[in-house]
Design a protein around this ligand. Structure first.
Ligand code: GLV
Ligand code: MN
Ligand code: MN
Ligand code: MN
Length: 408
């Protein structure tokens, strides 16, 4: 098998962990399915003779030390997925990282080169934030923008904490975190730009401003049959109006400048014969400009107060998961353009509307973020798809980026 075939075989093999019937994966953070993909990652590293470390928030590092004591250039992404998610989001970057690192190590050995930096591959814990919010958790703890002990206490809908979940799959580690000199991540675009323009590689130049609103609607529990309509304080009716408001407010901005949806709604007690007491919603607001997010948030908070008044119920709104716009360094962008040109791949600069571990890493070390085309631009669903050919173009570019970054 050529290196490329080995990569494709591994990539589609990992998609069997948590495989869904419609070609996707359901491999949420710290579940038994996530454990299978983690065990596979560790096995891959072990077979290469690389060191494996697992830190206290479940991040996994596969480390290749060629210059004793030097910091590491890390390649990677995340193996966890959304519920009923796709097989490409995250996993592509980790598996491409492993194969790129293997390729770079062979090249270093063959050419007898001792690089400036050591090389490693990382599988970040809980990038998706579907089971445990906020998202981008492992890499944010790594860079110090989220508090480790606070994150270990975050609970899923069943009341299981991050610490308990990691412990139960054997990945609540105790290893020291490696010192890092640089980071490169490859990912599917999750949008339509590269596909439409038939471009092989996106060099990510900045990320959108994002923030979430945690909305708690508190009504009054009562009988759906026996309570007079006038006496009801129905949390679900009010919550439904909030959902529509989120949609309407965003639609009132120029098209494409801001996006949002309420993606989570849980209600209590959730019985066919009980007027809902409490509804919990999360709205995810993202825009090119911070100002638009703040303006939409201001309008929403005002409208939500009116809905609460109208239904004589209480609605609490809290901000969370605020991520400022991040600009990726110019040197990294130029490196991507140079490497892509040398390999004969087309490249363009592109922004990311989605969040990535690189957004966290970019705060502390020189970071490169690459995209490959997504078919139909769909992601966070089983229909997510990128071609094997596009994945291989990306792998070639990532391997050369990792090579250049490790030489320093
Ligand atoms: C998570 O996948 C995000 O895009 O924020
Ligand atoms: Mn991802
Ligand atoms: Mn994702
Ligand atoms: Mn993401």
């Amino acid at each position: 098998m050529t290196l490329n075939q080995e990569f494709l075989t591994d990539f589609h093999h990992v998609a069997e962990f948590g495989a869904t019937v419609r070609n996707g994966v359901d491999r949420q953070a710290a579940t038994p399915e996530d454990k299978l993909s983690r065990d596979w990652f560790a096995e891959f590293a072990k077979n290469q003779g690389w060191e494996i470390r697992v830190d206290h928030i479940g991040n996994m590092f596969a480390l290749i030390e060629t210059r004793p004591g030097a910091p590491y250039v890390l390649l990677g992404s995340h193996l966890d997925s959304q519920p009923l998610g796709g097989r490409y989001d995250g996993a592509y970057g980790v598996i491409a990282g492993l194969h790129a690192a293997k390729n770079i190590k062979h090249r270093l050995d063959a050419e007898g080169v001792v690089p400036e930096f050591n090389l490693g591959v990382v599988n970040w814990f809980n990038e998706e934030g579907g089971r445990f919010a906020p998202s981008i958790m492992g890499s944010s703890v790594f860079v110090g923008s989220m508090d480790e002990s606070e994150m270990l206490k975050v609970e899923d809908l069943e009341g299981i904490s991050v610490a308990q979940a990691l412990e139960s799959i054997g990945y609540l580690g105790t290893d020291a975190r490696p010192e890092v000199a640089g980071y490169a991540e490859i990912h599917i675009e999750q949008g339509r730009i590269l596909e439409r323009e038939q471009i092989n590689i996106g060099a990510v130049d900045y990320s959108w401003h994002t923030q979430k609103l945690d909305i708690e609607v508190l009504g009054e529990q009562s009988h759906t049959g026996a309570t007079a309509m006038a006496d009801r304080h129905d949390a679900l009716v009010a919550a439904s109006k909030v959902v529509l408001k989120v949609h309407d407010v965003v639609e009132s901005f120029p098209e494409g400048s801001i996006v949002s949806s309420v993606g989570r709604m849980t209600l209590e007690p959730n019985s066919p014969i009980v007027v809902a007491r409490r509804v919990h919603l999360v709205a995810d607001l993202r825009a090119e400009n911070k100002h638009d997010v703040l303006e939409a948030r201001r309008i929403l908070i005002d409208q939500i107060a009116r809905i609460a008044e109208q239904h004589e119920i209480k609605i609490n709104v809290a901000d969370f998961d605020v991520r400022e716009i991040q600009y990726y360094p110019e040197e990294g962008l130029e490196l991507v353009e140079k490497v892509a040109a040398n390999l004969g791949k087309s490249v363009r600069r592109i922004r990311t509307m989605a969040g990535h571990d690189s957004v966290a890493m970019n705060r502390i070390v020189p970071t490169v973020m690459l995209f490959i085309p997504s078919i139909d631009g769909v992601s966070h669903c089983e229909r997510e798809f990128s071609t094997d050919e596009d994945m291989l173009h990306g792998l070639d570019v990532l391997a050369d980026i990792g090579w250049e970054m490790s030489l320093g």
